[in-house]
Design a protein around this ligand. Structure first.
Ligand SMILES: Cc1ncc(COP(=O)(O)O)c(C=O)c1O
Length: 301
């Protein structure tokens, strides 16, 4: 990726990706503007990114939606192919659906998607806001599939807690003219300095290997917990994982965890039948153990 435009939030970076794809379609593909996205995907809370998202209920919440986002099924290449028309300009997906319940896109699917988009002259946009920046043990989650996207967005981890996000594109796709994308705070020196510090740490020797190792440890401990409580296993990639429950008590567990003694635990249940785990990338095994002990208590019926 050779062109980069900084933003303040993941949604803003994705809004930029949508605009860039539409502009590219205007210049190169006779005004094609539709971007195929996926059921259960999540791309942000602006009107266009909500319309791109496949979160149930979001299509009616602030209706009418921004048009041009037909939805395919993740890991089903035929469902993507069936939606391609002469209006299609791009396909956009999260390499691991985060809010949708930690559902990884299969590497075989990612490769098929790259092949299909190349054959049909479409852009491939990866939303790495949640899964990128080392979260899955590689710098970017798409690397697990060995593909290269045309456009990528980053957020969350890139700022290590401060508002920083980025829109990246290959040189041939980066067709914005000056002034078409930006904002008062975009690319400000304070936040981008934080981003530089984050990148230095992520790419320091052994850091990503340690994320992979901690991810394996978290996986092992979650599987033990699942076996002990008769749950339905776990899934995920690196330090983005979910424990699959045997019922829909996720939100109740999240509430109970907040008031635990002597220390509350901050949990998250993006779907009622699962708990999602996104610990700090430098989490220790002792901290994972502490959380597993708390979950062990919370899971007793
Ligand atoms: C995959 C993905 N894209 C976009 C966003 C939106 O990012 P932000 O909340 O910074 O606008 C999120 C936030 O959860 C996300 O998970």
């Amino acid at each position: 990726m050779t062109a980069c435009s900084f933003a303040n939030t993941g949604a803003e970076a994705n809004e930029g990706a949508i605009k860039l794809a539409r502009k590219w379609g205007k210049v190169n593909k006779g005004g094609a503007y539709e971007i195929i996205t996926f059921d259960h995907s999540f791309h942000g809370r602006t009107l266009a990114t909500m319309s791109a998202s496949g979160k149930p209920g979001w299509d009616t919440m602030y209706a009418p939606q921004v048009p041009g986002f037909p939805k395919a099924d993740l890991n089903d290449i035929a469902s993507v192919e069936a939606l391609i028309t002469d209006k299609t300009v791009a396909v956009m997906l999260e390499p691991v659906q985060g809010e949708g319940g930690v559902i990884p896109a299969d590497p075989v699917f990612m490769q098929a998607l790259r092949k299909l988009t190349r054959e049909r002259g479409l852009l491939l946009i990866v939303d790495e806001v949640q899964a990128g920046m080392g979260r899955t043990g590689t710098l970017f989650a798409y690397e697990h599939s060995g593909i290269e996207p045309d456009i990528m967005t980053l957020g969350k981890g890139i700022g290590g807690g401060v508002p920083l996000a980025a829109l990246l594109a290959t040189e041939s796709v980066a067709c914005f003219e000056p002034g078409e994308q930006g904002g008062t705070y975009n690319g400000n020196p304070l936040m981008t300095a934080v981003g530089v510090a984050v990148i230095k740490r992520l790419t320091s020797e052994g850091f990503l290997e340690s994320v992979l190792a901690r991810g394996e440890y978290l996986k092992k401990r979650l599987l033990e917990l699942s076996a002990k409580h008769g749950l339905k296993g776990e899934r995920g990639s690196g330090l983005l994982r979910a424990l699959i429950l045997d019922d829909e008590r996720g939100p109740a567990i999240v509430q109970a965890a907040l008031t635990m003694e002597p220390q509350g635990v901050l949990l998250n249940s993006p779907r009622p039948n699962l708990l999602r785990f996104m610990p700090a990338l430098n989490v220790s095994e002792a901290e994972i153990d502490q959380m597993i002990d708390a979950l062990d208590i919370l899971l007793k019926k």
